[in-house]
Design a protein. Structure first.
Length: 125
């Protein structure tokens, strides 16, 4: 009996330790003004918008030209952000580090990796 109780308690502790910690998406939800160097002019400036519904992130990129592209995948954990989108039929993977109101990182384009920075657009009160 004591052995069964011990096993149940041990399993309970392991379950509590192994339970995934929910990710706080609030750090990325909102709009971000993004600048990318070494890309064609029409893709150099954009606004990336992230929304959250039922704990899942969604979003889009709107370029200064007016073109808007939906983000294919969004992964955010431990201040690391990875998004994928399709531009002119090519998959572009963007990896960045979120620190307060800035995201810095690289975009892996068909022409190679390029650096980018994004600054969170604060809502006017």
């Amino acid at each position: 009996m004591k052995r069964a109780l011990f096993v149940i308690m041990l399993l309970g502790i392991m379950f509590q330790v192994a339970r995934p910690v929910p990710v706080d998406n609030n750090a990325v939800v909102g709009s971000w003004k993004c600048a990318v160097l070494d890309v064609p002019y029409e893709y150099s400036n954009s606004v990336i918008t992230f929304t959250e519904k039922d704990g899942k992130l969604a979003g889009s990129v709107k370029f200064d030209s007016g073109e808007e592209i939906k983000l294919s995948t969004i992964k955010y954990a431990n201040s690391q952000l990875v998004i994928t989108l399709y531009v002119e039929g090519y998959s572009v993977t963007v990896e960045g580090k979120v620190a307060a109101s800035k995201i810095t990182g690289t975009a892996d384009t068909p022409d190679g990796k390029v650096n980018f920075t994004a600054t969170k657009i604060e809502k006017k009160k």
